[in-house]
Structure formats: structure tokens, C-alpha cells
Design a protein around this ligand. Structure first.
Ligand code: 13P
Length: 287
């Protein structure tokens, strides 16, 4: 069932677990994540970066595919279709295209401009029943051309943005997109604690979920994180399984070159990774 992310995140925060937001790239990715969610009886968020939206030929294609797939697969768990790190224009386009949730990432603007643009988009999204995420203190690393310096968010600025009525807040706490370097300092839990206090009641979002150790994930959830984004880990699982299939020469056996066979190991690998994350985040059985 396609819904916005508001109720699923408020429930997660109240009950002490997090909903996974997994990025989609194509039909296989979408089907793998939806199937994993249904089999785990877990709510799920499908994240779409602007780059992936373009790759899939546009937001209307994505919205139509997800809407139809939820129906055709008989998915009964709550599913939100969410724009990930949207620009001001991209956010408006996804709202028009039928997304049920959006993220406006204004973290690279001066705070006054981030506040003004977020406020405008909150009004627009809410007038159509769409949930909205905003960001303060950019996430480090690079994702689909969106690069951040990995700042730790200021709690007062978080409060300014949270007070605009957003449904979830992404606040940088030393997390980065992609693989973590060996010399990574870990998450800044003092900063998270301050942000939690300043924005009491607000479901917080942890980006860069790939490679964060289990204990840090659990601690983040105990400090108010209700949405955790994972992208790179599914890409790595897919690539590894596909490489193995080809290296074993399976594409050359019988009709092993049939795309439905060639992409099957990668599909299963994404599904397994998503299920593992849902278990770790505590969302299994919460749909
Ligand atoms: P990872 O690619 O590090 O898992 O980050 C995903 C993310 O935060 C999407 O916004």
C-alpha cells in the first residue's frame, strides 16, 4: 500500500525501531526491495536520487512503475516513494509526479535560505498529503553527483528547520555516503543527543547507512533515529552476486544469458541485504 512516510516514522519513533530507506535504480531493485518488505512484514521507503530518477527516464516513469508494482505484487505493507536529496526544482517535480514523500536538501544553502525554501516546500507537500524531509549539516561523501563535506549539524539550526513542520529531519553527525574510510571517527552521539533534545518528537534520519557498525545503529535508534538510508550496500551485494555468476561461466551455460537469469543472483542478493537491514533496524513484523 503506497502511503506517505509520516505515520510509519512516527510509529517507528514511538516504538523504538527504524524504517529502512533503500535506493532504487531499476525494476529489479524495486521488486527486490518490495518483496523483501512484504516477506518481512516491514514498512519500507523506496528512495530515488535525482540521478536514478533521470536514469529511469524521469519521475513520472518511477511513480507509475512503483504504483503499479505495489498493486500487481499485492504489497500490503506500507510503502513510501521518496525523493532522496532533492533540489528545490526536483522536489517540486516529484510532488507533481505522484511521489508520496520528498526530501528537500537545502543543506548547502545559508541557513536563512534553507529555512525559506524548506518552508515553501513544506506547505506545498502538505497541501497534497505528501511527507517531507529536510537536511541540516551536510552528509559527507558523494552520492549521484551530490557531494557533502560531512558537517556535524548545529542543534539550534536543526530546531529552526524542525519548527517549520517537516516530518523527518536529516542531521549530519559525522555520517557519510558510500564506504567509510579506515580512519573514520564514528558517529557523533553527543551531537545527536543535542539535536534530539532541540527537536523533541521529530523522527531523525540517518543517511549513509552502509557500513555503520551494528552497535552504532542501535544507539542511533535509541537517540531518536527512525529512518536509516542504505544505498551502497545493495549496490555492492548486486555487483558481487552478478560477478560471481559471470565468473563461474553461468551466462554461457544453456540460456544463462537470458537477462532474467543473469540478473537473478543480483536480485536475490539485494533482497537478502534488505532483509538483514530490516532485522537490524527492528522493523520486521511492524507493518
Ligand atoms: P549509503 O550509500 O552510504 O548507504 O548512503 C545512502 C544514503 O544515505 C542515501 O541518501
Amino acid at each position: 500500500m503506497l502511503v506517505n512516510a509520516k505515520d510509519m516514522l512516527n510509529k517507528a519513533k514511538a516504538e523504538g525501531y527504524a524504517v529502512g530507506a533503500f535506493n532504487i535504480n531499476n525494476l529489479e531493485w524495486t521488486k527486490a526491495i518490495l518483496t523483501a518488505a512484504q516477506e518481512s512484514a516491514s514498512p519500507v521507503i523506496l528512495g530515488v536520487s535525482e540521478g536514478a530518477g533521470k536514469y529511469m527516464t524521469g519521475y513520472k516513469t518511477v511513480a507509475a512503475m512503483v504504483k503499479a508494482m505495489v498493486e500487481e505484487l499485492g504489497i500490503t505493507v506500507p510503502v513510501a516513494l521518496h525523493l532522496d536529496h532533492g533540489s528545490y526544482e526536483g522536489t517540486k517535480r516529484c510532488i507533481e509526479a505522484g511521489f508520496t514523500s520528498v526530501m528537500f536538501d537545502g543543506s548547502h544553502y545559508p541557513i536563512e535560505e534553507n529555512v525559506a525554501k524548506t518552508a515553501e516546500l513544506v506547505e506545498l507537500a502538505h497541501s497534497l498529503g505528501i511527507s517531507i524531509e529536510a537536511e541540516v549539516g551536510s552528509i559527507g561523501g558523494e552520492e549521484d553527483g551530490v557531494a557533502g563535506r560531512g558537517e556535524v549539524a548545529d542543534a539550534q539550526q536543526c530546531k529552526m528547520i524542525a519548527d517549520l513542520g517537516i516530518d523527518m529531519l536529516a542531521a549530519g553527525i559525522g555520517n557519510i555516503h558510500g564506504k567509510y574510510p579506515a580512519n573514520w571517527h564514528g558517529l557523533d552521539f553527543d551531537a545527536l543527543e543535542k539535536i534530539k533534545q532541540a527537536t523533541e518528537g521529530m523522527p531523525l534520519v540517518l543517511h549513509g547507512g552502509t557500513g555503520i557498525p551494528r552497535d552504532m545503529i542501535k544507539k542511533s535508534i535509541s537517540l531518536g533515529v527512525a529512518k536509516i538510508n542504505v544505498n551502497t550496500e545493495c549496490q555492492l551485494s548486486f555487483a558481487e552476486a552478478t560477478r560471481k555468476y559471470i565468473e563461474e561461466g553461468k551466462d554461457l551455460q544453456g540460456k544463462g544469458y537470458d537477462p532474467r537469469k543473469l540478473l537473478a543472483p543480483g536480485f536475490e542478493a539485494i533482497k537478502a541485504t534488505v532483509k538483514e537491514k530490516m532485522e537490524l533496524f527492528g522493523s520486521v513484523g511492524k507493518a
